[in-house]
Write a protein that binds this ligand. Structure first.
Ligand SMILES: *[C@@H]1O[C@H](CO)[C@@H](O)[C@H](O)[C@H]1NC(C)=O
Ligand SMILES: *[C@@H]1O[C@H](CO)[C@@H](O)[C@H](O)[C@H]1NC(C)=O
Length: 192
């Protein structure tokens, strides 16, 4: 009798545990859905600066918008991209955190809106790991806007995806990425 109760209890516990695991996995996957989308207007030739990026809104195309980013952990998966933080660079506007431009020879980054966290990571370092485990500390100075884009204010560049770390040249250099491979790179990062 006791054995049967114990067995039933074990089964119930197993079922309960799988429900908990399943729902947390489902929550993780649903953690950050688009909040909407925009359609790029057009044609507006020549408006997107392509000095260092090649990413301009394609007229008629829909782009998802995100207010959130995936949860931050010790190994937050992200895509590293390259941009200039200098005056006259592709960003063309001063950094969101301090209203200033930054030399591309300093290791600075911009984070997707969710990770930028309303400026909560401004003036903090994050630790980036990539290119076979090389690690570098970089300063958060800007936001990569995930909730807007494809307009004049955003230089006709698409809204940022929700998992982007935009980095200056110095960051790519510090990670030891060969010059001909600069552009996009899978990385992980954490708060430093
Ligand atoms: C942007 O492009 C210019 C001209 O090709 C180059 O001199 C500069 O180093 C580039 N900046 C970055 C951040 O790659
Ligand atoms: C950020 O990291 C740099 C090294 O890249 C270090 O010199 C600086 O003191 C750090 N800043 C903060 C605020 O932790």
């Amino acid at each position: 009798m006791k054995l049967i109760i114990l067995l039933e209890l074990t089964i119930i516990l197993h079922v309960f545990a799988s429900i908990v695991v399943y729902s947390s996995e489902a929550r993780r996957l649903q953690a950050c859905k688009p909040s909407g989308q925009i359609q790029a207007k057009g044609p507006q030739p020549g408006l997107c600066s392509q000095v260092n990026t090649t990413d301009c809104c394609v007229p008629g195309r829909f782009y998802p918008l995100y207010k959130c980013s995936p949860p931050v952990s010790k190994t937050t998966a992200a895509v590293l991209t390259l941009n200039s933080f200098e005056k006259g660079g592709d960003g063309s506007s001063p950094s969101e955190c301090d209203g200033k431009y930054h030399s591309d020879d300093t290791p600075v980054v911009a984070l997707s809106t969710g990770w930028y966290s309303g400026g909560g990571r401004c003036h903090h370092n994050i630790s980036i790991s990539g290119n076979g485990g090389r690690r570098v500390n970089v300063l958060v100075v800007d936001e990569c806007e995930s909730t807007m884009g494809c307009d004049e204010e955003h230089h006709h560049q698409p809204p940022c995806s929700n998992n982007i770390v935009v980095a200056s040249k110095a960051v790519w250099k510090a990670l030891g990425v060969p010059l001909n491979e600069w552009g996009t790179l899978d990385i992980t990062w954490s708060d430093a």
